[in-house]
Design a protein around this ligand. Sequence first.
Ligand code: MG
Length: 391
Amino acid sequence: MAVKKLAILGSTGSIGVSTLEVISGHRDKFQVVSLAAARSVEALAAQAALHQPGLLAVKDAAAADQLKALLPTGFKGKVLSGPQGYLEAAAGSGADLVVSAMVGAAGLLPTFTAAKAGIDIALANKEALVAGGSLVIEAARANGAAIIPVDSEHSAIYQSLMGQDRDGIKRLWLTASGGPFRDFSAAELARVTPQMALDHPNWSMGPKITVDSATLMNKGLEVIEAHWLFGQSFERIKVVIHPQSVVHSAVEYVDGSLIAQMGQPDMKAPIAFALSYPQRLALDLPALDLAQVASLTFFEPDLERFPSLALAFAAGRAGGSAPAVLNAANEIAVGRFLEGRLSYPGISACVEAVLEQNTSGSPASVAEVLEADRWARSKARAWVEDQGGSP
Ligand code: MG
């Protein structure tokens, strides 16, 4: 295949680092044309020295100055900062494929901009679809940009849909590891600490998504993501707990067949698939030996002990700004929990309280989505303060 030019947004995060690892085994197939990060300038400088992209983007001018001081002499790429820098990295760097892996709502505008420019997107930033799903999907469709999911569940569904007639879909089955507290009682959940939440059993991920995995909010966000990616109603999306994380998700068809995708729980596999689709890249992962796996278990999620999942379904069904509000309130609540200023059950209580206050309608632009996002953040901060978690 021709050399594919990649823009990697969020290159110093967990997905970005894994993406560069995948590429390093296949340097003949990929060229990095831009890298964007927030403020991890040392890691970004090392990546830039190795991959020599034409463009680097960071969060602000101070980070840009620090980065310039760390770049090797003779580095020829441009260094940009601020939101405009991220948009340049996405749509102004000549990329064939944008790896959208920024954390949180910051990834929405760059992802939307890539879609509008008709550039294919390997999507790891699920918040872009949760908050701005209709806008991003419509922009991609109108401009011929393919969105290939990087999230392991959605990659599994994408793969399980290949060659199939969409009319034959009955349901999507999203699997969830259930997180480290799947067997905890309500009383035990009330005493969960940040450190306990960060000891995730199967997948190695960043702190925010690790907490979201424990509360099942991550699965809730993925339900909304699946709704937009695959055009299925919320009634047709089913979540099942599967502690081994071997079946990465499945599609049920009208004839009763379930087609699933299985593999080792390693993000390099769905990343490689999204980078190389429709071809497959050879990866150096341990083989999945089914005889060694021996048994796989599945059970229903308990929505009473894990209210975040129920909140996400409700926000998804409500539509409009509700998913953006859910996501933003959750980001604040998780941040406060990680700082030790909010209890574990307080995360879903905060999200629920902010959703109840939301009266805004359907956002008609990315600016309106971001406005709903800002509103929800300030309400969530105020709610935590009211609970005594201030300042
Ligand atoms: Mg996932």
